[in-house]
Design a protein around this ligand. Structure first.
Ligand SMILES: *[C@@H]1O[C@H](CO)[C@@H](O)[C@H](O)[C@H]1NC(C)=O
Ligand SMILES: *[C@@H]1O[C@H](CO)[C@@H](O)[C@H](O)[C@H]1NC(C)=O
Ligand SMILES: *[C@@H]1O[C@H](CO)[C@@H](O)[C@H](O)[C@H]1NC(C)=O
Ligand SMILES: *[C@@H]1O[C@H](CO)[C@@H](O)[C@H](O)[C@H]1NC(C)=O
Ligand SMILES: *[C@@H]1O[C@H](CO)[C@@H](O)[C@H](O)[C@H]1NC(C)=O
Length: 439
């Protein structure tokens, strides 16, 4: 565990100390995102090990060659299940290289992705366990790409989850790596999938329609098709151990400048990653307050009030948030630039919160979810504003939870088709799921 924290610190500090460099690399990835034939790589800057709490640089002794592991994925609607898989993959080596499958390959193999390559890259490279990202990785590891991984990227092992990954011709996608003796497996444990999340969003819109008094029978019929009824029930079982695994386990150092940002962080997206990075740069320790489900329901405009029909049917917050408090907390904790979270933060930033955590600065992004009509009555930031420690932060990206949900709804037919296909294998997976020890 201690090892784990140590080996991650350098990346995190690197981003903090070289934000421009990191930003530049991200841009490169975004440009590479336009090309399909080229496998772009983003390396985080090579830095000596840094220790912010001592304020000195030191380099670890490297007696052994560092083991480099590779894991790939689409990472569309990235969630804490992906993060946990990458955490486990990282534990099988010293450096984790992650391949992010291109938009075109996702379209060809699964249907349209919700998030663009650039957005998926931002999410993956924001994770504390990820050392390098390869943009536009192929969906299936071809012999040519495998050799590229071994020779150019110096990969020692290819990692995949224990769910079978079959190519269209029915063969095992990882057969080559297995034959080469360079394959390792991790256990899929988290009760969430992108399919599940799309299902939650689609079934929310259907329930909204139902509450508007539309023909109930047609709603039920639709729901069967989408296979989303079961997906509506989260399989997530939060444990304290998982939270510990995702945590840095560190308090702010002496004289640290603590920055506080709060929000729902629902459907964790690239906009969240970017605003958290910006906030982190304003201090030494980033504390993130995550509003509980009740607070989100009460204070935020329903994330799914997306068209006139739903506005008319104002059962505010019935389906908001899409991800539960603990799910949202894990997604935020997985982020490299986050030091600590408050699981269930108060809506108002009180004097007590500021004193308890010795908060120096409270920030809020310019592009946030629309707050509710109550926002006019209660300014959650009146205390920090009166103390002169509030700052409005320019949001680097204008993407919001609502806009992501909107993409899915706008394209719901394609996603329903994609989900129906996926729901079958998900159902089979859960039916056959067995206890696995360890992670
Ligand atoms: C809907 O699902 C139920 C249970 O899964 C099934 O019995 C029923 O036949 C389905 N209805 C349609 C219209 O597919
Ligand atoms: C509280 O934060 C300030 C920075 O705003 C810092 O100077 C001070 O040392 C901190 N207090 C403690 C007890 O760490
Ligand atoms: C917020 O609400 C305003 C007015 O009600 C609307 O114009 C704007 O598009 C909304 N923003 C988002 C992100 O939903
Ligand atoms: C809520 O919305 C109003 C109007 O759009 C804005 O002036 C206010 O700053 C917002 N409050 C928060 C906490 O975002
Ligand atoms: C969001 O930003 C993109 C590019 O930066 C821009 O094309 C788009 O119009 C913006 N959307 C809104 C609603 O401001």
């Amino acid at each position: 565990m201690t090892m784990d924290y140590e080996s991650n610190n350098w990346i995190w500090d690197g981003v903090y100390n070289f934000p421009h460099l990191f930003g530049g690399l991200m841009l490169t990835a975004a440009l590479l995102g336009l090309s399909t034939s080229y496998f772009g790589v983003i390396g985080l800057p090579h830095l000596p090990y840094l220790r912010s709490d001592l304020g000195i640089f030191y380099k670890k002794k490297r007696d052994k060659k560092r083991i480099r592991v590779y894991m790939d994925g689409c990472f569309d609607l990235m969630h804490y299940g992906h993060a946990n898989a990458l955490r486990q993959a990282k534990a099988l080596g010293d450096e984790l290289v992650v391949g992010v499958v291109s938009d075109e390959e996702i379209v060809a193999n699964k249907g349209p992705p919700v998030l663009s390559m650039e957005e998926r890259l931002a999410l993956v490279s924001g994770l504390k366990w990820v050392d390098e990202v390869i943009a536009n990785a192929p969906y299936a590891i071809t012999e040519q790409f495998m050799h590229k991984l071994f020779n150019d990227y110096k990969i020692d092992y290819i990692i995949h989850g224990d769910d079978p990954c079959l190519l269209p011709d029915g063969t095992d996608a990882y057969a080559l790596a297995k034959r080469a003796g360079r394959y390792k497996q991790i256990k899929r444990t988290e009760g969430v999938s992108s399919t599940d999340i799309v299902g939650r969003i689609l079934s929310s819109t259907k329930d909204e329609k139902a509450c508007g008094g539309h023909n109930d029978a047609s709603v039920k019929g639709d729901r069967n098709e989408s296979g989303s009824k079961g997906a509506h029930l989260s399989q997530f079982l939060p444990t304290s151990r998982r939270i510990v695994q995702f945590s840095n386990g560190k308090a702010p150092g002496p004289n640290a400048r603590v920055v506080y940002i709060d929000g729902a962080f629902d459907l964790f997206h690239a906009g969240h990653v970017e605003i958290l990075k910006s906030a982190r740069q304003l201090g030494d320790f980033l504390l993130v307050g995550i509003h509980d489900d009740h607070t989100v329901r009460y204070f935020y405009l329903d994330a799914l009030i997306l068209n006139q029909f739903m506005v008319n049917c104002k059962h505010r917050g019935k389906h908001c948030p899409i991800m539960h408090l603990h799910e949202r907390s894990l997604s935020v904790l997985a982020c490299r630039c986050v030091d600590e979270v408050i699981i269930g933060a108060p809506w108002e930033v009180t004097k007590d919160v500021i004193t308890t955590f010795n908060i120096s600065l409270v920030v809020h992004g310019t592009c946030s979810e629309n707050n509710s009509s109550l926002a006019g009555e209660i300014d959650p930031y009146s205390v920090p504003k009166s103390m002169g420690i509030f700052e409005l932060l320019e949001s680097p990206k204008n993407i919001t939870t609502t806009s992501v949900a909107q993409r899915i709804i706008a394209n719901h037919e394609a996603y329903m088709k994609r989900n129906a296909k996926k729901a079958e294998s998900e159902k089979k997976y859960y039916a056959e799921k067995k206890y696995v020890s360890g992670d």
